[in-house]
Write a protein of this length. Structure first.
Lengths: 409, 164
């Protein structure tokens, strides 16, 4: 032990902190910057790491667990089930429209089926973290289209609970029977967690709750790690395990746990993004840049389309439809989690990591900017439609009067 | 709390909290976004685009309480003040039940306040909480404060009665 481990970790975390400050100042999500740090260090990067890669690998795994746990804590079981009932059509359209482009690219690149499914998931999910933050920053939380946007995000997150076990089973190369078994297991676990949360949520929360923040932190964190680990050993995906723990906890526990676990999540999630960057060789990115840009443009448009459609279904005006569509373009944490699962499993899909990294880099930066542009764009579209309607009305009136004149003569 | 003729819409915001809004007689939509962490946003919807908010005022829980007080209970005090102005002989007073008072532990009805003194009890304050129009079966405890309406003599009489 020469202190190298601490020095390397210290440098990385310090750089992350400085970049995070920079990102905050220019109103950017820090995720792309974390990815860039990972790319700069590590495999094929400017500064290869010697001592800390193992630690960062473990930290990244904890990061995934915490990201999913906190995501589960955001929602209560009743929110999930009511959203599922009311917004299922919108959720389905969202899935088809946005997973297809990713799958097509995967097939064109001659990747094996698990990698194609992974790529479909990468283009499918919007970053709920970035979107929620952008909505709050732009003062749109009160807007009438916001519930539509949020319920799309909820459904995506919920569908992950079914998607991740399928993906994990495929990546593990399980036979159809074994795969179906583990997926069935996951679905059973999800149902059990939802039932527990709906029926016994209060009792469970009382059991877990503690006024002492330290105790609460240890109990919830320990529970999430344990369940995630058990899920992983059953090849169900640790992410789903952690997500379910988050959903099962509600009320005061969820509130307090969110407060104590958020800083921990921020640290380990940053480590996770760095780790993904570390494992990706920057030299692989340039050949993947063009497909990434094409994919980003196409899936930005499909997301905007889905948002507009869902908002129109909810009887939101034109400007609001445009705002809803542009709000959900960002991709971020979930997409990297899926890509991380795929690249970590050892399947042969050359360029998947690089493509995912480039794709998320583009849309994590462009997404918030597009969302910001949604306000003036929506006003412009609505204004144009109003003018056109007026013009048409005037023309009709003119036609009517000339008709009357003709009749008179 | 509010009259039924104010038509309040409640919308859940998954992951954030809940939004309540209503249309004023003046044709403007106002609402409050209640975050789960206690933050409250006062939102005023835009005239041109009824789906969006033209004003968003972020408030901490304490600030929202302060605003609510001006909008809500402040109006009740205001109404009380005008009421006592209208009836010049009418006064309001606060009467504390001492620990060990003979009514400590008895019901409000046991005081027979209205028949004996002519004073009416309109509210009971206990541990910073206010119970409006307490019934005769309400238990009194030492340390309670009663808000009493009546003539000055009636209030004095009631004070003597409970603290004999």
């Amino acid at each position: 032990m020469s202190g190298l481990l601490l020095i390397e970790l210290g440098i990385i975390v310090l750089v992350l902190g400085l970049l995070g400050r920079l990102a905050g100042r220019i109103g950017l999500s820090p995720i792309p910057l974390y990815l860039l740090v990972g790319l700069a260090f590590g495999t094929g990067g400017l500064v290869p790491l010697a001592a800390s890669e193992n630690f960062i690998g473990t930290g990244a795994e904890i990061g995934v667990v915490l990201l999913l746990l906190l995501l589960g804590l955001e929602y209560s079981a009743s929110e999930l089930t009511t959203n599922l009932r009311q917004q299922a059509p919108a959720g389905l359209v969202n899935m088809v429209a946005n997973a297809t482009p990713g799958a097509v690219v995967g097939i064109l690149l001659h990747w094996p089926a698990p990698a194609v499914v992974a790529m479909a998931g990468i283009t499918y999910t919007t970053s709920s973290g970035i979107t929620a933050k952008v909505l709050a920053d732009l003062g749109r939380l009160g807007n009438r289209e916001t519930p539509v946007v949020l319920s799309l995000l909820v459904l995506e997150d919920l569908s992950m609970a079914a998607y991740l076990p399928v993906l994990t089973a495929m990546l593990a190369g399980l036979s159809l029977a074994a795969g179906a078994m583990s997926v069935a297991l996951a679905l059973a676990a999800i149902s059990v967690a939802l039932v527990i949360a709906l029926r016994f949520g209060r009792a469970l929360s009382r059991f877990v709750f503690s006024e002492n923040q330290e105790v609460l932190l240890l109990i919830v964190f320990g529970l999430a790690l344990l369940v995630a680990g058990v899920a992983q050993s059953l090849q169900v995906s640790e992410a789903v395990g952690a997500f379910l723990v988050g959903i099962a906890l509600s009320g005061r526990v969820a509130e307090s746990a969110r407060a104590v676990l958020s800083p921990l999540r921020d640290l380990f999630a940053a480590v996770f993004f760095v780790f993904f960057g570390l494992r990706t060789d920057p030299a692989d990115i340039p050949p993947m840049l063009l497909p990434a840009i094409a994919l980003a443009v196409v899936t930005a448009l499909t997301k905007v389309g889905v948002g507009i459609w869902a908002a129109r279904r909810a009887k939101i005006g034109l400007a609001g439809q445009v705002r809803a569509g542009t709000a959900i373009v960002s991709r971020g944490e979930f997409n990297i989690i899926i890509a991380g699962l795929a690249t970590g499993s050892g399947i042969v899909a050359p360029g998947l990591g690089a493509l995912a990294a480039a794709y998320v880099l583009i849309l994590a930066v462009a997404g918030p900017l597009i969302a910001r542009a949604g306000d003036p764009l929506g006003r412009w579209v609505a204004g144009r439609a109003a003018r056109r309607g007026e013009l048409r009305a005037r023309r009709e009136r003119a036609a009517a009067t000339s008709e009357i004149r003709e009749l008179r003569t | 709390m509010y009259d039924d003729d104010v038509d309040i819409t409640e919308t859940k915001l998954p992951g954030i909290g809940i939004r309540h809004d209503f249309l004023t007689d003046g044709g403007r939509r106002v609402g409050v976004v209640s975050h789960r962490n206690g933050q409250r946003d006062l939102v005023v919807f835009s005239k041109d685009d009824p789906d969006s908010c033209s004003q968003v005022l972020q408030m901490s829980g304490a600030e929202a309480d302060a605003l609510a007080q001006f909008l809500g209970s402040g109006r009740i005090i205001e109404k009380l003040a005008t009421l006592s102005e209208q009836i010049s002989s009418l006064a309001t007073g606060k009467v504390r039940i001492a620990h060990g008072s003979r009514y400590d532990g008895l019901s409000l009805g046991a005081t027979k306040a209205r028949t004996r003194t002519g004073a009416s009890i309109v509210a009971l304050m206990r541990d910073k909480e206010v119970v409006p129009s307490p019934g005769p079966q309400t238990q009194l405890r030492g340390g309670d404060t009663l808000v009493v309406v009546g003539t000055a003599e009636a209030i004095d009489g009631f004070k003597q009665l409970v603290n004999e």
